[in-house]
Ligand binder design. Structure first.
Ligand code: HEC
Length: 287
């Protein structure tokens, strides 16, 4: 009798634990959590699609079950995410890694939130050099042009999606006072889209690579020639997680340098060092 009771109890507990452990996604507007949805809730609200793509991280064709990313955004934020108050979307992984993307990219077709790997009967095939499990949520894109190099987000182990105005949220990264059509502003856009997920300015941003402005700006201890060379071909100098950026033009590199110099100008780091560091990305890397 006791044994039957114990069995019932453990079944109940197991059932309870499963409900609690259902993978969930947090949705934020700037600093405020506006919704949390778990997988069963997402499944009950959204159409699931079986998709097939050549996955650049697995470096082979993959089959997944997924929701359209725009449907997920609608379910979480309603029409709000389409308004011009929010210019960027930030994807935060469970280890704190964050990548930023222009909100408008999510209005395009081709973005999917994967929740099941259809190449296995159960679980996920490990991804990347570190053999990471990309679940419970992984973002992929179907279009050939929708690559990381074109600043489309491909985060795995996704835990949170936030909509925000980047310049308000990361004031230490935004080049306040720079003209809209300046090289500094172009360099900032490149930095935001291509570098921020791994590098911080004054502790706001990724932690995979070094902070490029604090405690000392990289432009103060490395020559412009070395910085240009390193950004384009880090693999020539080191075994490193920093990817080569061979697609960047000479002008792109000059723009990045102008941005780094602008952020390094005297007084700026002091002024900004008291603002709370919001970017706490670490670890996760994408090839
Ligand atoms: C996937 C992560 C990643 C991305 C993306 C990335 N970096 Fe890096 N970066 C690193 C890491 C890690 C290092 C440290 C290099 C090493 O020693 O392994 C580094 C080093 C550097 C350095 C040298 C700093 C020093 O003091 O030695 C510069 C400059 C730099 N990165 C600029 C950039 C720029 C500009 C971009 C965007 C165009 C960028 N990085 C994109 C990870 C990244």
């Amino acid at each position: 009798m006791n044994r039957v009771l114990a069995l019932c109890l453990s079944l109940l507990l197991a059932h309870g634990a499963q409900a609690v452990d259902a993978p969930r996604l947090r949705f934020r507007v700037a600093d405020q959590t506006v919704k949390t949805l778990d997988l069963p809730q997402l499944r009950s609200r959204l159409a699931a699609h079986d998709i097939e793509l050549f996955d650049p991280h697995y470096e082979k064709p993959k089959h997944f079950r997924a929701f359209a990313l725009a449907d997920v955004m609608d379910a979480a934020f309603g029409d709000r995410w389409r308004s011009d108050d929010h210019t960027e979307v930030v994807f935060v992984a469970s280890d704190g890694y964050r990548s930023v993307s222009d909100r408008d990219k999510l209005k395009e077709e081709g973005g999917y939130l994967v929740f099941a790997d259809l190449d296995l009967t159960d679980g996920w095939e490990a991804i990347d050099r570190k053999q990471t499990n990309p679940g419970p949520f992984y973002v992929v894109w179907l279009g050939a042009e929708q690559s990381t190099a074109s600043a489309y987000p491909w985060p795995w182990q996704l835990a949170e999606i936030a909509i925000l105005r980047f310049r308000d949220q990361y004031p230490a990264v935004f080049p306040a006072g720079a003209a809209e059509d300046s090289s500094v502003m172009r360099g900032y856009l490149l930095f935001k889209n291509r570098c921020f997920r791994c590098h911080a300015m004054n502790e706001q941003g990724g932690k995979v690579g070094p902070d490029l402005n604090a405690p000392m700006s990289v432009v103060e201890y490395r020559s412009p020639m070395m910085i240009r060379e390193f950004i384009r071909h880090p693999s020539r100098y080191r075994h490193t997680h920093m990817p080569d950026h061979e697609d960047l033009s000479d002008r792109d590199l000059e723009d990045l340098l102008d941005y780094l110099r602008y952020q390094a100008r005297p007084g700026r780091s002091l002024e900004e060092s008291s603002t709370e560091a919001l970017g706490r990305g670490k670890r996760q890397t994408t090839p």
